[in-house]
Design a binder for this molecule. Sequence first.
Ligand code: HEC
Ligand code: HEC
Ligand code: HEC
Ligand code: HEC
Ligand code: HEC
Length: 492
Amino acid sequence: MSNNLPGGSGWHRKAVLAVTIIGVAVMTFLIVGLLMNIQERKEEAKERFLKLVDLTDDTVDPAVWGQNFPRQYDSYKRTVDMVRTKHGGSEAIDKLTNPRLVTLYLGYAFSQDFREDRGHAYMLQDQDETRRVKIVNQPGSCLHCHAAVMPAYRKAGGGDVMAGFKKICAQDWHEARKLVDHPVSCVDCHDSKTVQLRVTRPGFLNGIQELADFLADTRGAQERSRRGDSTHDGYRELFPHLSSLERYAAANAGTPRPQRNRYDVNKEATRQEMRSFVCGQCHVEYYFKKGEGNLLVYPWSKGLKVEQIESYYDERQFTDWNHKITGAPLLKAQHPEFETWNQGIHARSGVACADCHMPYKREGAVKVSDHHVRSPLLNIARACQSCHRYAEPEILARATAIQDRTKELLDRAEFALTDLIQAIKTAEEKKAPAAGLAAAKALQRKAQWRWDFVSSENSTGFHAPQECARVLAEAIDYARQGHISLLAPPRE
Ligand code: HEC
Ligand code: HEC
Ligand code: HEC
Ligand code: HEC
Ligand code: HEC
């Protein structure tokens, strides 16, 4: 029809052409815009691999890593925050305002200065400032968990980390302190080339090897008892959540220790295991081997439970100090978070330290791990609600209930122990029979070790509620048994 209009067809065609051109232009613009946006998002998501500076294993300064990974660095810096929770949090509260702790630690530096832990940013400063390094000559071993120390080990050992570790452990603390400048840094948990998680700490590498061999030994014993070749009861504790250790145990059960291959944690551990192992580098029970230049050792060769570690120390007749009033040879528990977590339902269900203490958060198109390591109770939405679909107040109430119950048992154990100390003192003044006194002091050691294992663990029972209650029940019982042994001494 339009063809009949004189000149109209030409005008119309031009109009259609113009509209089409404009339309295509607009569409192109939109599509390009969309593609650019998608590209930008993808770049954002890939951003973690954006390399602005070259990192090496000697790059300890987190600010340099921060140029490549600004998001992780930003949250890492926030570990300076100080917020209290009911039983924990990050203020350096003086634990010794509880007078029972002063009595229990009498004769040891912990009766002079002992505080609540706070954020990673303070670890070096807090070690510098504690009276425990001023009134006692501490060894270089202390730095293993309070600084980015690996380059110093490499240097001191001429490239050999283990040799450097030994050397620096044996040094005086003040001398060793000059070798480090930074608290725990990126390079302590990440490979500088691939950013993969890895563990570096010699104390942990040695300790986890001992644990792996212990698991292989007990598995061997179990297999022999099944075959009827031994009188072992056949029971063996499983570590379902530490699957690479179980694999090592299965492969080496029949092989004597010297002929086994080493367990290479950085190659064999699963990613989920690594999300706890990086923390297990420091959040553990430890002691210094006096005969070997104060070498730092994690006492794991008989297992991770309180009585297994106790029997390790008993075999070596190891004592941290003698109690000032009773003279009993006592042990100081440090911060057995890793050991305690291992006994809990979360660990056994495959929940790692990082799941609660470094949960994911979304920033734009990127999922980042929150490097503001802190109390998960300050971050319930991300730390707990990813798994537990209850309202925040209910989750908090459940966690607090566990902690309140633990605290009540801790108090009872403290009263039982301070009563025992008083009773031993009185018995000694009255020249009570030696057998009763010796039994009471041995029981003081057992009771105090168990109480301290829960008291110095920093979750107030949360990491393994039932286990902590069991340990405290034993502590109370041993302390009261000690009391009874003074009233009715065992026969000589
Ligand atoms: C299921 C979650 C969860 C897992 C897994 C977990 N924790 Fe915790 N952790 C908590 C809670 C809850 C607290 C109590 C915090 C409070 O009292 O404010 C806590 C407390 C702590 C504290 C003391 C924090 C403070 O505020 O003083 C440290 C240190 C700690 N955990 C380390 C670890 C380590 C190391 C691991 C792994 C071996 C681990 N946690 C595994 C939930 C978890
Ligand atoms: C195996 C690792 C490790 C070693 C070795 C170690 N620490 Fe710690 N230290 C930690 C961890 C983990 C915390 C945080 C948990 C806590 O406070 O219980 C901590 C906390 C502290 C604190 C702050 C809380 C408090 O106890 O007052 C001080 C101070 C401290 N350590 C001093 C020392 C001194 C001194 C030495 C050497 C005698 C030492 N540390 C050796 C891991 C270690
Ligand atoms: C190099 C040793 C080291 C490593 C590795 C390490 N920590 Fe710590 N952590 C410490 C020390 C030391 C402190 C105590 C600092 C202080 O009180 O000044 C601490 C404190 C903490 C606190 C208390 C923070 C607060 O706000 O109260 C938590 C929670 C914690 N660490 C969890 C973890 C988790 C989870 C991991 C693994 C992802 C981990 N840590 C890895 C040494 C370490
Ligand atoms: C105490 C150990 C620890 C320290 C110190 C640490 N990280 Fe991480 N980082 C982790 C853990 C655990 C993850 C989770 C990794 C996983 O699940 O594979 C992680 C993940 C990452 C990732 C991968 C992306 C993500 O967010 O999950 C990057 C990148 C990263 N960290 C950078 C850094 C930088 C930069 C620093 C120093 C400013 C640093 N980290 C310090 C433990 C640590
Ligand atoms: C990655 C998943 C995951 C995260 C994160 C997690 N939980 Fe759990 N939680 C579990 C599993 C699995 C169980 C075991 C019970 C089950 O199988 O249903 C459990 C059990 C519990 C229990 C019962 C404990 C007991 O001894 O019976 C409490 C309380 C609890 N969680 C609180 C918390 C709190 C508080 C947080 C955050 C700090 C948290 N959970 C974070 C998975 C998780």
